[in-house]
Design a protein around this ligand. Structure first.
Ligand code: FES
Length: 645
């Protein structure tokens, strides 16, 4: 649907939504019907009726339930009159064919994914080594069994002691020895287990695959284990996205029972297998040549990958099912690689600070640095780690999906058609903007939403309580359905059937999200007894962190006032950490050894949290003097333009 459709849209510059005939069974909602017919539209909350993104237009009459209260809140009167409905809240009252149209803002588009990440050099010491062995074929005088013949030869080579063999490899061994004319290459894991046997000399081909399982995206890295080089990087959206954009939606879905967990697990495994195949195709190797794997992911993704129910992560006190790192056979997980390969899973810190955060710490080396540094990885959940070689503290805050565009009227993911940059002229309130893909805009992604709020604050369009001010002569500030909003792009310039605007309630969502991040940082600083001056480096990780304008984030009070030159964008360091675990097996021991150094802080249990959160809702903060830079800018604008703040 989307890429081609978007091109047509941008070429014709005409609003022309996709029309469809949908069969909906009695009692089912439109979203379920679309999924079962293989149609995916945006459903960031996974069909819980919260995000307001699954917008469809009903054509003609249909046996459908009336709009719910939530729809009346999330859709305007005009939209309801035009036939707009939320697919997950619209049920069929009897089985029927329903004519619908999918507006462009609801179509799934290719999201911009961040897979590259900062990583330090590590000494090459992979867990798997390949050895070439020439065996004497059996004779009537020497009927030594195949396995013993092989292990004896390995022992004689002086390179290995006694070794075990994986079950799948054992089953294939007799055939492979003969196909290879008694000359084979053996992959040995940590000098103690044969995980693969290949006919002939294959020492040149020794590969590992590192995986970062994000809630939004999957990233895979094919690594040449002989040279420690990444050969190919591949990525895709996490196919579980159809069950909701955020972790809580996935956990909620998993709570339906075994079948639902199975479904989620199959989604992620098939997504990873598709990446393995793509990487191998690109590199011109077979998937069987992958003999070692490592996986980093947040705790919920980690448990779903293992088919362990994430149910209890959603119940106080939110414990993870397991903390330590794991080694598990690839065939137990259904991965399409050498079946006896071991898959290493990073340890997790807590229910909402997972193996990806451990991988982040390893890649940024904050655990071994003498300087105090802070790592912030913002998604629907923000993970924050603060510390140095003497100790670290970590927390997770529910920043909510607003930074990913959910629960924002014209919010969307960072994909083609999303506004990513916004500038507001403080005198005229004229707006310049930049769109991903250079097409007509259909919405705003998180970085643009944060920038818009920052620009509105700096230009006096917002007061410190986040209230949109009167616009004077400007037509951009107006009231719609009883709510103030600022028009960012007028209808004539958009790729949707209307203006793109930021509403008062959108500003509120951003205030709540940024307050969650700031209060997390603030509580961690308090635990460490440090202030922003002590923090010498701030690592911004993840996709949102890569594109966000740090000055805007700071000015709205998401981060403390730290000099901008101390902020470093590190990209996908979870992926970097996972690669390091392949290149150097000692990284795995390091990951385990970091755990006791990290103190997890449960924000909900901190007596100061509520107070910090409430004062952080203001822009930039109700506590004056914490953000002198933006306070100066606001003061300057107030005096030079007479705008009321
Ligand atoms: S409101 Fe329908 S999927 Fe979120």
């Amino acid at each position: 649907l989307s890429a081609q459709r978007r091109r047509i849209l941008s070429e014709t510059t005409k609003y022309w939504p996709t029309r469809l005939e949908l069969t909906v069974n009695k009692g089912k909602n439109l979203l379920e019907a679309m999924r079962s017919q293989g149609l995916n539209i945006l459903s960031m909350c996974g069909g819980r009726g919260v995000c307001g993104k699954c917008r469809v237009i009903i054509r003609g009459q249909g046996p459908l339930t009336d709009p719910t209260e939530t729809e009346r809140t999330l859709l305007t009167e005009l939209e309801l009159a035009a036939g707009y409905r939320l697919a997950c809240l619209t049920h069929a009252t009897k089985t029927a064919g329903i004519q619908i149209a999918i507006p462009p803002e609801s179509e799934e588009t290719q999201q911009r994914l961040v897979v590259a990440g900062f990583a330090p050099q590590v000494r090459l010491a992979p867990a798997v080594m390949k050895l070439f062995v020439r065996l004497q074929p059996p004779t009537l005088k020497d009927t030594t069994a195949d396995l013993e013949r092989l292990t004896e030869a390995l022992k004689k080579s002086g390179k290995l002691g006694p070794v075990d063999i994986g079950y799948n490899t054992l089953r294939e061994l007799p055939g492979l020895l003969r196909i290879g004319n008694w000359q084979v290459t053996v992959s040995v894991f940590r000098r103690r287990e044969i995980v693969s046997v290949e006919p002939g000399d294959k020492r040149e081909h020794c590969y590992g695959f590192a995986i970062d399982i994000g809630t939004t995206k999957l990233a895979g890295y094919l690594v040449d284990l002989r040279r420690g080089r990444t050969v190919t990087t591949v990525s895709s959206l996490n196919p579980q996205a159809k069950f909701g954009a955020d972790i809580i939606s996935r956990i909620t879905y998993a709570m339906r029972g075994e079948e639902a967990i199975d479904e989620l697990n199959k989604c992620v495994i098939s997504g990873i297998n598709a990446l393995v195949q793509e990487a191998c195709r690109t590199a011109g190797i077979t998937t069987r040549e992958i003999v070692d794997l490592s996986v980093a992911g947040n705790t919920a993704m980690h448990q779903i990958f293992l088919k362990v129910s994430p149910r209890y992560l959603a119940q106080s006190p939110y414990p993870a099912a397991l903390r330590r790192g794991l080694q598990i056979k690839a065939d137990h997980l259904g991965l399409d690689v050498a079946p006896d390969s071991n898959v290493y899973l990073f340890p997790v810190i807590a229910g909402f600070v997972g193996g990806d955060a451990v991988a982040d710490m390893i890649a940024t080396e904050m655990h071994s640095s003498g300087e105090l540094s802070m790592l912030i990885d913002i998604g629907t959940n923000a993970e924050i780690v603060l510390g140095n070689k003497d100790g670290l503290v970590a927390c997770s805050c529910a920043s909510g999906p607003a930074f990913e565009g959910a629960q924002i009227k014209h919010g969307m993911r960072a994909s083609e058609g999303a506004i990513e940059k916004v500038w507001i002229d403080p005198r005229t309130l004229d707006i310049s903007y930049k769109v991903i893909g250079g097409v007509k805009p259909v919405g705003m992604c998180g970085s643009a939403i944060v920038e818009t709020v920052a620009e509105m604050l700096r230009t006096g369009t917002l007061d410190s309580r986040g209230r949109i001010q009167e616009g004077g002569d400007s037509w951009r500030i107006r009231g719609t359905d009883g709510m103030k909003e600022m028009v960012i792009v007028p209808k004539t310039e958009t790729g949707i059937d209307g203006d793109i605007a930021l509403t008062q309630s959108d500003v509120r969502e951003i205030q709540l999200a940024k307050a969650a991040v700031y209060s997390g940082i603030s509580i961690l600083m308090r635990h460490m007894r440090v202030n922003p001056d002590h923090i010498k480096k701030v690592f911004l990780a993840g996709a949102f962190g890569t594109y966000i304008d740090p000055a805007s984030a700071r000015d709205i009070g998401m981060f403390p006032e730290i000099p901008l030159n101390r902020i470093q964008f590190v990209g996908n360091t979870a992926g970097s950490g996972a690669r390091m675990a392949l290149i150097s097996s000692q990284t795995r021991e390091l990951a385990e050894s970091i755990l006791p150094k990290v103190e997890y802080v449960e924000l909900g249990a901190d007596p100061e949290f509520q107070k910090e959160f409430v004062s952080a809702i203001d822009l930039p903060n109700a506590r004056k003097g914490l953000f002198p830079t933006v306070e100066r800018i606001i003061e300057y604008n107030r005096s030079s333009m007479g705008r009321r703040l």
